[in-house]
Design a protein around this ligand. Structure first.
Ligand SMILES: [Zn+2]
Length: 266
């Protein structure tokens, strides 16, 4: 699968607008997340008329409450390396469900899991966080989304707390279009996604928790492997207000673990 096809696949999965244009997938919102499974596509016959059914019947859904899971320490887990470099032409995108940065077509940044390489396709934010700890959420959560040539999806998640102002996040806020579906592809701004990682971690050898899960937005497809960092990044209180001015409460509630464990390098 070449890069162009890969990106088309990624955009179909992750952008509501493109999805609507291609397949007329029904509209959804975070307000109605308890009944995403029941949303009907009246242009389709059984069983395709429930395109988001997995949101309701899936047994490996995301996010989860990390405090509810058994954590298995394992020193033998794959090494995780976020080898992100500078993107010279990122696209600032208002997806209709959150603020997002799509990497450019020739972007070379990857997440390495052991010897396997997963290209970074986009990163986006939820407010408040989706993963919680003992029922407590963080002010926001950053998701780096990677897809490899086989279509396998890996999400690297970072909790966002309130503290020091974050200049990279500020750049994103300043360049995101405020209208739903808006894309800003000609900002002339360069972004290195690695600059959003926690500063006190080595990007080439990240400690992590990992759990099997799903997309946290419709169609809630499973087979997504999650990598969660043990450290937070910060944005300022004023930046959180700015984020909430664009999107607020765009987080899915924690889902049943159904016996899943967390594996940890720590
Ligand atoms: Zn997300």
């Amino acid at each position: 699968m070449n890069t162009k096809i890969l990106r088309n696949l990624a955009f179909t999965i992750f952008t509501c607008y493109v999805t609507i244009a291609v397949s007329e997938t029904p509209h959804w919102s975070h307000d109605e997340q308890s009944t995403w499974w029941a949303i009907q596509d009246t242009t389709q016959n059984v069983p395709l008329n429930y395109p988001f059914g997995e949101c309701g019947i899936g047994k490996h859904q995301s996010p989860v409450d990390l405090a509810s899971a058994t954590i298995i320490d394992s020193k033998s887990l794959n090494k995780l390396a976020a080898l992100y470099d500078t993107d010279t032409a990122p696209v600032f995108f208002n997806s209709g469900h959150g603020i997002q940065v799509n990497t450019s077509e020739d972007y070379s940044g990857v997440l390495m899991i052991g010897e396997e390489s997963f290209p970074l396709i986009q990163f986006h934010f939820h407010e408040p966080s989706e993963h919680v700890v003992g029922g407590k959420s963080f002010p926001a959560e950053l998701h780096y989304v990677h897809i490899n040539e086989d279509g396998r999806i890996i999400v690297l998640a970072v909790a966002v707390d309130i503290g020091e102002e974050n200049p990279v996040f500020g750049t994103i806020l300043d360049n995101i279009p405020h209208e739903e579906g808006g894309q800003n592809a000609s900002s002339g701004i360069q972004i290195n996604p690695a600059e959003l990682l926690p500063a006190d971690l080595d990007p080439a050898n990240l400690d992590y928790y990992t759990v099997a899960g799903s997309l946290t937005t419709p169609p809630c497809s499973e087979g997504v492997q999650w990598y969660l960092l043990p450290k937070v990044i910060t944005i300022s209180a004023a930046q959180l207000v700015q984020l909430k001015d664009i999107y607020t409460n765009n987080a899915r509630a924690p889902q049943n673990l159904n016996g899943r464990s967390l594996l940890s390098t720590q």
